[in-house]
Design a protein around this ligand. Structure first.
Ligand SMILES: NC(=O)c1ccc[n+]([C@@H]2O[C@H](COP(=O)([O-])OP(=O)(O)OC[C@H]3O[C@@H](n4cnc5c(N)ncnc54)[C@H](OP(=O)(O)O)[C@@H]3O)[C@@H](O)[C@H]2O)c1
Length: 350
């Protein structure tokens, strides 16, 4: 008789934020459960889910994920699934009893709060904290990484800038001893989609309305259109890849509002396209040691950037040893964002 195999290590998971990303993460966890039991050989249960206006649920025995998805999508409160009373997100982060907290609440460009506080509480309580939210990365990277180290856990954020494309793990493991000198790219999918649709004849208002109708642009599209989302991403990349603390306000930022249909048409006549270009480079002469900008830029067909259309994204990284390296993400979705979080989880615990 062959001996009974030892039980798989089981991880307790909690989700703070249960919108597009949180729900996609639950769906991906359900899809991948059997695969993960084989490789890397782990199991999990979800012991907590918290939303903003739809309450919170904690159950150490594990929550019924399919039922919770159904209930939340019908607009029902999560508290009916809870085995204990929990009244705020801070209390949730303290009490959830998980090994890993996945944070996906809305971004606050100015301060990173309240997500930053939730992540801090989780790390201080010995949970790995994984976020898709760029706010805490740009406003808290050094502090949160230090707290994580002190508590022997990880603070990871793969999905925060490129929807799950492995940009931060690439930088962490693929560039030992290298110096990242500059990067450029197209990092805001909403404006890239708007510009692509304007090339096909729509006005900016029509293109924004389309982006809103498919759920990509918010009701107030200014975060994308005025370049804030791109500036926060640039600041996060400078902070982490170049190890220079940098805020969105430090990025020289111009959005796409001034790009009229005529300007786009004229560029097309010259064989070019307008793109909202993100750029940063080390510059020891500058006050912060890095110059960074987000600006509409006319790009010719000889550049890789020209060919990045719709919701796709690209990041080109130049280092002192590898020259130029490009990462292209083709039409990302909430599933790719969820995968970035799953990858962070697996990297943290295996
Ligand atoms: N969507 C994407 O593809 C994508 C890609 C990369 C990164 N991200 C980032 O991921 C995060 C989530 O995006 P999303 O599209 O999932 O947003 P979303 O659909 O608006 O969902 C946000 C969720 O957070 C909850 N929430 C709001 N305030 C909260 C609080 N104080 N405590 C606990 N929960 C709270 C909301 O609950 P109620 O609705 O019940 O109030 C909702 O469940 C954002 O930071 C975003 O920038 C998103």
């Amino acid at each position: 008789m062959s001996p009974t195999p030892p039980p798989l290590p089981e991880f307790k998971l909690a989700l703070l934020g249960f919108g597009n990303v949180g729900q996609a993460l639950i769906e991906l966890l359900l899809e991948k459960r059997a695969d993960l039991e084989i490789n890397p050989g782990i199991s999990f249960k979800v012991v907590g889910i918290a939303s903003g206006s739809h309450g919170r649920a904690i159950d150490p025995r594990g929550l019924p994920m399919q039922e919770i998805l159904k209930a939340y999508r019908k607009g029902e409160a999560l508290s009916g699934f809870s085995s204990l009373e929990v009244n705020t997100s801070e209390e949730f982060a303290h009490k959830c009893g998980a090994d890993v907290l996945f944070e996906s609440t809305p971004v606050n460009y100015q301060t990173g709060q309240p997500a930053l506080e939730y992540i801090k509480i989780a790390l201080e309580n010995g949970l790995h904290a994984i976020t898709a939210n760029k706010g805490p990365v740009v406003h808290g990277y050094r502090d949160l990484t230090k707290i994580a180290r002190q508590n022997r856990v990880s603070f990871l954020f793969e999905s925060s800038v490129m929807d799950g494309a492995p940009v931060f793990s690439l930088a962490r493991t693929g560039f030992p001893g290298a110096r990242i000198q500059e990067f450029s790219g197209i990092l805001n999918s909403t404006t890239n989609l708007i510009l692509s649709r304007m090339e096909n004849g729509e006005t900016q208002e029509e293109a924004i309305a389309y982006a809103q109708s498919i759920g990509i642009a918010e009701t107030d599209p200014s975060g994308d259109v005025d370049g804030w989302d791109a500036a926060v991403k640039v600041a996060a990349l400078v902070t982490v890849l170049m190890d220079v603390p940098f805020l969105p306000q430090d990025v020289d930022r111009v959005g796409i509002r001034s790009l009229t249909h005529d300007l786009i048409h004229d560029a097309a006549e010259r064989g070019n396209r307008w793109k909202l270009l993100c750029r940063a480079r080390l510059d020891p002469e500058s006050a912060r040691g890095v110059l960074a900008e987000v600006k509409p830029t006319e790009i010719g067909p000889d550049s890789q950037l020209y060919h990045i259309t719709g919701t796709s994204a690209i990041l080109q990284i130049k280092s002192d040893v590898l020259g130029n390296l490009s990462l292209i993400e083709d039409s990302p979705s909430t599933k790719t964002t969820a995968y970035g979080m799953l990858a962070d989880f697996l990297n943290a615990v295996t």
